[in-house]
Design a protein around this ligand. Structure first.
Ligand code: XMP
Length: 507
């Protein structure tokens, strides 16, 4: 049985980050809504309470009765989690005089407490809170303070119950990883056996058991997640897995051909379907971004369904869903900005059972599993690419001619990133074809042609992103190459917006 830490999610933006940090300690963990503690799961070795956008005294605040878990497992409350524990036990939580935001130093630390083992006085932590604990419950004691926050950390006397006002999970808390290690390893006694290799071993065995001799179909997109899912399933059930790779005509230059070849080299049983004509016909004249997405989503389902029905006795649909997709969909505060639906609706339509072997992994863990499975770097390190492809990077209506122009410009940009050793430094990159024409001059000729925008971002999970600070010399070279080689483009711009408030894709 895999021992696990449970993270109770009160809606903080950093809840996923807590999960990733615990996994970095080679310890399996699950994030569950704050009111869904799996009390009958014997493999739980400790519980972490996340932060929250609410104040404990808000009417809408997520409340939790700790009695069911207190004393059963070691507990660590972070930010709101710490405030909630203190408040529930008779402590006082009040709005801070000024919002505590940013770096702070733990001037006082009780070194006798196991949570602060090997953490020096003065250690840097990251604060982000509007409320503060002004008095702790009678049977609690303070174990760390900053000059502005007297109760930066506390412990309940004689109990395995701690609270920290700061965020140990964020990068700027330089002692954060040590603190989490102290909790997870020393206090909860994790044996730290969670790794890519152990995941593969247990998952392959579980898939063999679950699927037996059943037939499975899986939609490949060329992306990391579906590719790793396919290779993992192939290891478990071999030829009983059929992969379907649909070309909707909006893929990158030569992508269909190259990726199909890669998949065949990996020994996958893969069918490539060129359905571009269908998609171009259905998209003709459509300009609304959401309608484009819906048409592609539905078209994809139809093509996939038709292909899958050609295979006899299929019982399962496999998908490369990963953990952040699941957490987002059960998010307790989330709103939908864009519908990301490559295969949404497919399981219902096909009436198949769903198999999602990566649903508990974070992106970097999926890559580690792929590496462990012997997949080539260029597949594993591939940038994310949206399901609707270049369709959401052509603003306005879509024509084969526009796609061809964009494919050429995109190819120059992406190849340039590779040639300059910049590809792996950015999370994702691409070119956007703008519905704008502008005047230029080429030789003695006046031109009136299209403008494109280059987009490259850095990110860790695509939830937030910053524009990549690419070297000017590189941007100059790419701009020059695009204008000289791509017919119909006479102007190149660089998108310097971060997410939020912008998004990564333009549509
Ligand atoms: P946004 O534009 O919302 O994108 O900041 C966040 C990440 O999601 C990708 N993206 C998609 N991925 N199907 C996908 O599989 C989609 O419909 C879709 N739309 C956006 C985007 O490329 C970025 O990595």
């Amino acid at each position: 049985m895999t021992e696990k830490i449970i993270i109770l999610d009160f809606g903080s933006q950093t809840t996923q980050l807590i999960g990733r940090r615990v996994r970095e300690l080679n310890t399996y963990c699950e994030i569950v809504p704050y009111n869904k503690m799996p009390l009958d799961d014997p493999s739980v070795i400790g519980v972490i309470l996340s932060g929250s956008p609410f104040s404990v005294y808000d009417e809408k605040a997520f409340k939790l009765n700790l009695d069911t878990i207190r004393g059963r497992y070691p507990i660590l409350g972070i930010c709101y989690g710490a405030q909630l524990i203190a408040y529930n036990n008779g402590g006082t939580v009040e709005p801070a005089n000024s919002r505590e935001y940013g770096r702070a130093n733990l001037g006082f630390i009780n070194h006798a407490d196991p949570l602060f083992k090997d953490i020096e006085s003065g250690a840097q932590v990251w604060m982000s809170h509007g409320d503060t604990i002004t008095s702790i419950p009678a049977n609690f004691h303070t174990i760390a303070s900053t000059d502005k926050v007297p109760v930066a950390a506390y412990r309940a006397d004689g109990e395995q119950l701690w609270g920290v006002q700061f965020h140990p999970e964020v990068f700027h808390s330089t002692c954060g990883m040590q603190l989490l290690q102290n909790f997870v390893v020393d206090i909860c006694h994790s044996r730290q056996t969670w790794s890519a290799a152990s995941f593969i071993e247990t998952t392959v065995a579980a898939l063999k058991e679950q699927l037996g001799s059943d037939k499975v179909v899986l939609g490949l997109s060329g992306g990391v997640d579906s590719s790793v899912a396919a290779v993992l399933l192939n290891k478990a059930i071999g030829k009983n897995l059929t992969c379907i790779f649909v070309d909707h005509g909006m893929l990158r230059k030569d992508e269909f051909k190259n990726v199909l070849r890669d998949y065949q080299c990996l020994g996958l049983n893969v069918i490539g379907v060129d359905a571009s004509k269908k998609f171009f016909t259905e998209l003709a004249g459509v300009t609304d971004p959401e309608r484009k997405r819906k048409i592609i989503g539905k078209g994809f389902i139809d093509v996939f369904d038709e292909e899958a029905h050609k295979i006899k006795d299929v019982r399962w649909l496999a998908q490369g869903t990963i953990y952040p997709d699941c957490i987002e969909s059960l998010s307790i505060t989330g709103t939908t900005i864009k519908s990301h639906h490559n295969v949404g609706g497919l399981p219902e339509k096909m009436n198949l059972r769903l198999c999602e072997p990566l649903r508990l992994l974070f992106k970097d863990e999926v890559r580690a599993v792929g590496r462990e499975l012997g997949m080539p770097d260029h597949l594993i390190k591939r940038h994310p690419f949206p399901g609707p492809g270049l369709a959401v990077r052509i603003l306005g209506d879509i024509t084969p001619e526009k796609v061809a122009v964009l494919q050429e410009a995109d190819h120059i940009f992406i190849q340039g990133l590779r040639d300059w050793g910049l590809y792996d430094q950015v999370w994702q990159a691409g070119v956007i074809l703008l519905p704008v024409q502008s005047v230029g001059v080429m030789g003695d000729e006046r031109t009136y042609e299209r403008a494109v925008a280059l987009r490259a971002v850095t990110s860790t999970d695509a939830m937030t992103a910053d524009w990549a600070h690419l070297p000017y010399d590189f941007l100059a070279k790419v701009s020059n190459d695009i204008i000289n080689h791509v017919r119909g483009v006479n102007r190149v711009t660089y998108d310097i917006s971060s997410k939020p408030p912008s998004t990564i894709e333009w549509e």
